[in-house]
Design a protein around this ligand. Structure first.
Ligand SMILES: [Zn+2]
Length: 423
């Protein structure tokens, strides 16, 4: 704890310091394409530490910074501590490096672009990384795809497209003051530390390329493994309208079997789960549904690709209806909604295919196709129907993609979906 006199003197130093100007160019990102990434989405740390190398500064400040800046959430404003200075700096502060290739460190993790710290609404801090779209994509691709040069290109285009869609069209994080988060809710981004030379090459090779439909970036939904066939958008998410997303339709994904060769992911293609009725009962109770001891899981409806679209949980005290594939997955806790049920009396065995919602691109399927020699444009054309690959972030040369003829032999094709209507 700092003594009051000392604190005031240091605060005085800081106030004079704040009066300076943001040096033009510091922390600016190349080109117009930037994205604001919410690094602390779902958490609100009480304090963070930021440091840089070479010439790095805080917006509002004139001088170069040295050492580590510790920013703490105070009463109605941020408190900044750096070297021997300490004081309040208002509701936000933003840091940047003069050389855009130099990263800043936030609590030990490195990020390109600028770091802005704000007071979060419910207390604590919010940190937003404003970064060039290409550098953002470099920080996503290695987290979302297995190492393979062509599969990395597929993921680079999909991740870039998704970022633009969320930023410009869906705007799902706009109210929070940023464009995209770093979790599975949007896509996983870890800044500089996850970058690889091979994934960076794929990002450069596809620079500015996005998938468009009707001249606009598409909702490039993707998931881990389709279990042999992808899913119609409106069947996965009732309430969404098929004609709004004509490119998100069910297509065969025989190369999903590739998962069998991926260490740690072998189970993603075909899986078995034992589930206790008591676990389902507890999850339903947490959502305000009381069914008592679970006696039966009845599949009431399957989607056209065989996924459980509606399920009834029958218990000793009542019944609960799970009305969407997502609700079914949540309550029964399965990797996908594509499964069959066996057993009863409180113990169930579920056998299923795939992992994730099944809409758009299957990542394991895309990897399998890449290994089989398909080019990234063909893989994208296979999973997203009728789209174009457009340069310049959607504003430049465009060419229609077509689904290639799949070469996989019949015998190797996945024992796909459960026939419609079977339970
Ligand atoms: Zn998000």
């Amino acid at each position: 704890m700092m003594r009051a006199g000392l604190m005031l003197r240091k605060l005085g130093v800081l106030v004079g310091w704040v009066a300076g100007m943001w040096v033009s160019g510091v922390g600016e990102c190349a080109g117009d394409q930037v994205i604001r990434v919410g690094l602390t989405y779902g958490q609100a740390p009480g304090s963070v530490a930021i440091s840089g190398k070479g010439d790095w500064r805080a917006r509002k400040f004139r001088e170069k910074l040295d050492g580590t800046a510790r920013i703490t959430a105070g009463r109605g404003e941020l408190v900044l501590e750096i070297e021997d200075r300490h004081g309040g700096v208002g509701p936000w502060i933003e840091f940047g490096a003069a050389d855009e290739r130099k990263a800043l460190k936030l609590d030990g993790r490195r990020y390109l672009g600028r770091l802005r710290v704000e007071l979060a609404d419910g207390g604590g801090l919010k940190v937003i990384n404003t970064v060039g779209v290409e550098d953002y994509v470099r920080g996503v691709v290695p987290n979302e795809m297995f190492a393979h040069s062509e599969a990395f290109k597929v993921q680079a285009v999909v991740a870039r497209t998704y970022a633009l869609y969320v930023r410009d069209i869906e705007k799902k994080h706009e109210a929070e003051g940023f464009d995209i988060c770093t979790t599975g809710h949007c896509q996983v981004y870890r800044g500089v530390d996850s970058q690889m030379e091979s994934s960076d090459r794929a990002v450069r090779a596809t620079e500015g390329e996005v998938l468009t439909y009707g001249g606009r970036p598409i909702f490039s939904a993707y998931h881990a493994n389709a279990g042999g066939m992808t899913q119609w958008v409106d069947e996965a998410w009732p309430g969404s309208v098929r004609r709004d997303f004509p490119y998100l339709r069910a297509v065969a994904s025989p190369y999903d079997a590739e998962a069998r060769k991926l260490r740690g992911y072998e189970w993603c293609y075909r899986w078995k789960r034992r589930v206790k009725g008591r676990e389902i009962e507890e999850r339903l109770r947490a959502r305000g549904k009381r069914v008592g001891d679970v006696r039966a899981l009845l599949v009431r409806k399957r989607t056209s690709t065989g996924r459980v679209g509606e399920m009834e949980v029958v218990g000793t005290k009542g019944r609960a209806r799970l009305g969407t594939p997502a609700e079914v997955k949540r309550a029964v806790r399965t990797p996908s909604a594509n499964f069959e049920v066996a057993g009863g009396g409180g113990r169930f065995e579920l056998t299923g295919w795939g992992r994730g919602h099944g809409v758009g691109m299957s990542q394991h399927g895309a990897l399998g196709m890449a290994k089989a020699g398909y080019k990234y444009q063909d893989i994208l054309g296979h999973f997203y129907w009728g789209v174009s690959l457009t340069e310049g972030y959607g504003g430049s040369r465009s060419r229609a993609l077509r689904a290639p003829e799949l070469r996989m032999k019949k015998a190797e094709v996945a024992p796909i979906m459960v026939p419609k209507g079977r339970s």
